[in-house]
Design a protein around this ligand. Sequence first.
Ligand SMILES: CC(C)(COP(=O)(O)OP(=O)(O)OC[C@H]1O[C@@H](n2cnc3c(N)ncnc32)[C@H](O)[C@@H]1OP(=O)(O)O)[C@@H](O)C(=O)NCCC(=O)NCCS
Length: 209
Amino acid sequence: MNGNDKNVYYKNFIYDVLDLMFLIARNDPNIEKYTRFLTRNDEKLTIRPISPKDDDAVLELYYSLSQETIYFRFFQTKKNVPKSRVRKFTRIDYQKNFALVVENPQKKLIGIGRYIVDEHDEDAAEMSIVIRDDYQRRGIGSILIKYLISIAKEKGIKKIYATVLSDNYKILKTIDKLGFKFQRKLEDGDLRVESDISTLKEEEPLPFD
Ligand SMILES: CC(C)(COP(=O)(O)OP(=O)(O)OC[C@H]1O[C@@H](n2cnc3c(N)ncnc32)[C@H](O)[C@@H]1OP(=O)(O)O)[C@@H](O)C(=O)NCCC(=O)NCCS
């Protein structure tokens, strides 16, 4: 698929969300069943749901990020992060929300993307994403967003949105190239970008299968 395709999403990532939640809860090695590979520049990367085993890897990723990446993702400068906060981040209520990680063969996390259902509107979810600085501009962010949208749609979410800093040219360019229609709205100086995913049509296979 190229970035110009319109109204397309990908279905074949989550076969059975209930199965997946069960495996995650048990820390079952069969979680590999839900893993997908993506390759670019001859590097084999894995994309899979986040798990409680990722605490240390999440912290390592966070501390590796540049000030700009931290600022664009968290709207603040780099701070020490308590382990308790990381634990909350890696323990997801998959029935409602979702988080995916991309990792390299050395098990280093390359990026994280997640969505959290809006507490005032169960049809809508807020998405956020970060890619390790030296892996940006390799198409990984776009793939993560496509997967998240695919999973959200499978789970009945109709609207995906993100709040981004208005000078965050990286995410704005990324979503412009995705092929999904995102509306932009200025809210208290930040931008809310929003896409109606309920009208997307299913298409297989995934771009790197
Ligand atoms: C935004 C972000 C997730 C994009 O991830 P990524 O893996 O670098 O994005 P992609 O490689 O898929 O980029 C897709 C397209 O967007 C555009 N783009 C992305 N980053 C760009 C940059 N720094 N400069 C110019 N164009 C850029 C390009 O057109 C790119 O396609 P191309 O490389 O084929 O030309 C990443 O830059 C990031 O982690 N930023 C910091 C955190 C953040 O801003 N998160 C969003 C708010 S929650």
